[in-house]
Design a binder for this molecule. Structure first.
Ligand SMILES: Cc1cc2nc3c(=O)[nH]c(=O)nc-3n(C[C@H](O)[C@H](O)[C@H](O)COP(=O)(O)OP(=O)(O)OC[C@H]3O[C@@H](n4cnc5c(N)ncnc54)[C@H](O)[C@@H]3O)c2cc1C
Ligand code: MET
Ligand SMILES: [Zn+2]
Length: 619
């Protein structure tokens, strides 16, 4: 009987883990390379699963694509590794077994780490190798990203009529990491031509059964499940999966009752697990009817909670808006910072922005200071979030905390490199890029956590992204802006610009961009400050005229500061004609300077409005 017919007619037993089994023997290297270097060990694992009763044997090719093999310098061995993998699986399989070529997902939570085009290239190459060796079917497994698995499935379906098993993996029971309910994901995979749709890895039997309870029997396809043995434990520096095969056997019965036709095991499972499930369900006639509870547990029950005051991107779309950066102090005395926040609020700014340990140097936590100025002075703070200092757990927790504090304005940045700060040797996390961070903050706005879990309520973050116009190739920077918009950025905040000609260039290069820009203006404080920015900060260029003016102002602090303000005012004159949003950066907590510039902008706006309304009056 061919695999497709067998899958329809009886319960088939899949094999168990390859990777974790080899790891439990003390092997900790590229498992797919073992097809070539230690083929006897791989063959023995396959044989053990055949002897345990597995009907479907998968090739040891989970990571045998060039993207994953590159980590081991084996990117040129794709053909050899896949070819040998099929041969080994076939050698172990008897006439009763089917050999399926496994292709594992690449994308984790970082979407933009591997572009889709590269995934396509890489999977095509692996697919051709597996097909050339005449496998009985294909197994797409451990796909966390729905876009990735559907893309790969489309490629496979174009190339072959062989049976295809398509399996997704979930961090949370019942939902994919983007919040898509499992039922919807499996329906989509069936629609795209998978013969078997199912789940594998990450979850143990308990959560997998719970997830499948909500999934109806597909129309044409059949269901599969390859649970992990259990959650992993960390023992003596190694990951182990402590479980009892008899528990797995009981779980296989429950999976069968959920209408699953193909039951195997993923990480942590062993030939003992497979033997146990085969003894219970192998060959049984699959169930024909299944009752699914009407109210799906995984419905994202979002209570809409909207922000009361307008978001900054709305303000800047409508008209003049001023935001001012006032960074939390590096020392414990907060008096000057708080005075500055109060003065700026009284001057009528729309928001105070608080950097996240900018220049990779620790300051008092910006969310702490943001919360204080919000409650004390009714400031609407904007909190910068750098990907450098927090992992995924920390980032999500931080964002949920900000929402709880009523802080809804954030700026998502990669973060300055640690090399330039107080701790050059500090680790940088970068679990997410700024693009991914923007994407996941927007996912929270839909009431879905980073891992796909419903949050019960949506956040309402307005997400700013950074724009650095001080680069050699302005068009590339504009390209990054467009990409950030496609990931969900609502508006941009720019690095300071120090010359009028550049303001016009930036305007011309960005006028087509469909998101407001708050253009950065920073008053200079001294000639040394000006020379530092001009000579030492990559990309920043001060005009000869501005450098000359600061030089003339000399060493007198008040005089230099006055000249800095005067220069900033002329930049503001130009900027106001080109941009609605103005982002003033307070240097060294000298808030008097940014208060004065705020007043200047308000006065200019008011006089412009007066002129306009006078004009209308005359007409
Ligand atoms: C308004 C604003 C606020 C900021 N606040 C903070 C803060 O609070 N804390 C902090 O640590 N840092 C902050 N930064 C600095 C920022 O994190 C870095 O300057 C960063 O490299 C640029 O912005 P991003 O993080 O969005 O980078 P991304 O756009 O995500 O870029 C990431 C990397 O790509 C590279 N890159 C960027 N643009 C280009 C280009 N045009 N061509 C080629 N490669 C490029 C850079 O090397 C960069 O490291 C801020 C920057 C701005 C403009
Ligand atoms: C990481 S999910 C498991 C991949 C593969 N089926 C293995 O057992 O090695
Ligand atoms: Zn697994």
């Amino acid at each position: 009987m061919n695999l497709r017919d067998a899958l329809q007619q009886k319960t088939l037993i899949g094999d168990g883990a390859m990777g974790t089994l080899l790891y439990s023997y003390g092997i900790d290297r590229c498992f797919e390379d073992l097809n070539l270097s230690h083929s006897e060990e791989v063959l023995n694992v396959h044989r053990a699963y055949v002897n345990a009763g597995a009907d479907v044997i998968q090739t040891n090719t989970y990571g045998a694509n060039y993207i994953k093999l590159t980590r081991y310098g084996l990117q040129n061995q794709v053909k050899e590794i896949n070819t040998q993998a099929v041969r080994l699986a076939k050698q172990a399989a008897g006439p009763e077994q089917y050999v399926v070529g496994t292709m594992g997902g690449v994308r984790g939570i970082q979407k933009q780490a591997v572009p889709l085009e590269e995934i396509k290239r890489s999977f095509r190459e692996q697919l051709y190798c597996l097909l050339f060796e005449e496998v009985d079917g294909l197994l797409l497994e451990t796909f966390y990203d729905l876009e990735e698995v559907t893309t790969v499935l489309e490629i496979v379906r174009k190339e072959t009529d062989l049976p295809v098993i398509a399996q997704v993996s979930m961090h949370e029971a019942g939902v994919l990491q983007d919040g898509t309910p499992l039922t919807e994901a499996l329906e989509l995979l069936e629609k795209k031509g998978a013969d078997v749709v199912g789940v594998n890895c990450r979850l143990g039997p308990y959560h997998m059964i719970q997830s499948l309870e909500e999934v109806p029997l597909p129309d044409k396809a059949v269901l599969s499940a390859y649970p992990n043995a259990s959650l992993p434990a960390f023992q003596d520096g190694r990951l182990v999966y402590p479980t009892d095969p008899s528990y797995f056997q009981k779980s296989a019965q429950s999976l069968y009752e959920q209408g699953v036709h193909l039951i195997g095991g993923c990480c942590g499972t062993t030939p003992e697990h497979i033997e146990a499930i085969a003894a219970r369900v192998k060959g049984k006639k699959p169930i024909k009817e299944k009752k699914v509870p009407l109210k799906k547990k995984t419905d994202v029950n979002v209570a809409k909670k909207e922000k009361q005051t307008p978001h900054l991107h709305e303000l800047a779309r409508k008209g003049r808006s001023i935001i001012v950066e006032l960074d939390p102090p590096k020392k414990l005395n907060t008096e000057r910072f708080l005075k500055g926040a109060k003065a700026l609020q009284e001057a009528g700014i729309d928001s105070i922005t608080l950097a996240d340990n900018s220049l990779a140097t620790p300051r008092i936590s910006n969310s702490t200071m943001a919360s204080i100025i919000k409650s004390k002075y009714n400031v609407d703070p904007l909190v910068h979030i750098a990907c450098r200092d927090r992992n995924l757990i920390g980032l999500q927790s931080h964002l949920l905390g900000l929402h709880t504090l009523g802080i809804h304005q954030v700026l998502a940045v990669t973060g300055d490199p640690t090399k330039i700060g107080d701790f050059p040797g500090a680790t940088s996390v970068y679990d997410l890029s700024s693009f991914d961070l923007i994407h996941y903050i927007k996912q929270l706005n839909k009431g879905i956590s980073f891992s796909g879990k419903p949050l019960g309520e949506n956040t309402s973050f307005s997400v700013a992204a950074a724009f650095n116009p001080n680069v050699r190739n302005l068009n590339r920077a504009v390209g990054r802006m467009e990409k950030k918009i496609s990931y969900g950025a609502d508006y941009f905040i720019s690095q300071p610009v120090f010359n009028e000609k550049q303001l016009v260039e930036v305007y011309e290069a960005t006028k087509h961009v469909d998101a407001p820009i708050y253009i950065g203006i920073m008053p200079l404080t001294s000639v040394r400050n000006a020379e530092f920015l001009h000579n030492e900060v990559p990309g920043m260029t001060l005009s000869a005229d501005i450098l000359e003016r600061m030089e003339q102002a000399g060493d007198n602090k008040a005089q230099a500061q006055a000249e800095g303000i005067s220069i900033a005012k002329s930049l503001i004159d130009t900027a106001m004609d080109l941009f609605n949003g103005i982002y003033l950066i307070t240097p060294f907590l000298r808030y008097e300077m940014t208060v004065e510039l705020t007043n200047y902008i308000h006065e200019k706006s008011a006089s412009k409005e007066r002129k306009l309304s006078d004009g209308i009056h005359i007409v």
